[in-house]
Design a protein around this ligand. Structure first.
Ligand SMILES: C[S@@+](CC[C@H](N)C(=O)[O-])C[C@H]1O[C@@H](n2cnc3c(N)ncnc32)[C@H](O)[C@@H]1O
Length: 228
């Protein structure tokens, strides 16, 4: 059995803790200080990919589709989004921690097949909330996986994204047929109510962490047009 080797460590601003990247053979792990267990492991990515597949369904044929992914992590959601859209699409990934982008440009990139090298990828090094607050009905899909979901946040600053104000801002930032997809560790009836109050048509999916097995995660789907 290979031993874990530390590849990098970085302090998150505003007392957000310390993020540590490790590798054991082909397996990568990212841990956040103060959180029991791993934040991410490269062997478990079924629900991160489902987030993109559900959120970008129907975008393959749309010329010039614009997708916003918030956070990069190990790149699985970004790679899956690129797989769901056409050649003329643009997929912007916002990542709060510059070191995570650097790790993905380096060894970590192999986990999801180096999606940062795709010519359709744009990187926003910063908070996804900045792009959402800019509004402008710019996005066909917004895929959010920046935290545990609407509850039990690891970054207090992310609260806004799931709040009434944040949910309304997301509604404004999406185009007329735009879709929001949100990864969550579990169900959250109050968040569903906020989505509906902001004008979204909603649906909730339960997906597995690995094909047919592993933990169950929740994907909130919120569409500006009626869901069929
Ligand atoms: C659970 S990981 C995302 C995993 C990703 N879906 C994947 O496929 O690997 C969460 C990521 O979001 C980033 N993040 C947290 N808050 C953010 C924010 N407000 N804006 C942008 N990125 C953020 C974290 O640094 C981390 O890289």
């Amino acid at each position: 059995m290979n031993r874990w080797e530390e590849l990098g460590r970085v302090q998150i601003p505003n007392n957000g803790g310390e993020l540590k990247l490790s590798r054991r053979g082909q397996e990568y792990s990212i841990r956040l200080s103060g959180i029991r267990g791993e934040l991410m492991n490269s062997r478990v990515h079924g629900s991160e990919e489902a987030l993109a597949e559900l959120g970008c369904a129907g975008l393959r044929a749309r010329a010039g589709a614009r997708v916003l992914v918030g956070g990069l992590g190990m790149g699985f959601t970004l790679a899956a989004a690129l797989g769901c859209v056409g050649e003329s699409a643009e997929v912007t990934v916002a990542e709060l921690i510059p070191a995570v982008v650097e790790w993905n440009r380096g060894p970590l990139g192999e986990c999801a097949g180096h999606p940062l090298r795709d010519s359709r990828t744009r990187v926003h090094s910063g908070d996804v909330a900045e792009l959402i607050a800019a509004g402008g009905a710019a996005w066909d899909a917004i895929l959010l996986d920046v935290d545990n979901g609407p509850e039990g946040l690891t970054q207090a600053d992310n609260q806004w994204l799931y709040s009434e104000a944040g949910t309304r801002a997301i509604h404004r930032a999406l185009g007329p047929a735009g879709m929001l997809a949100v990864w969550s560790a579990g169900p959250d009836p109050l968040y569903l109510i906020r989505l509906k109050k902001a004008g979204f048509h909603t649906s909730v999916r339960t997906v597995r962490a690995r094909p047919g097995k592993g933990s169950r995660h929740t994907i909130f789907l919120a569409s500006k047009a009626a869901l069929i």
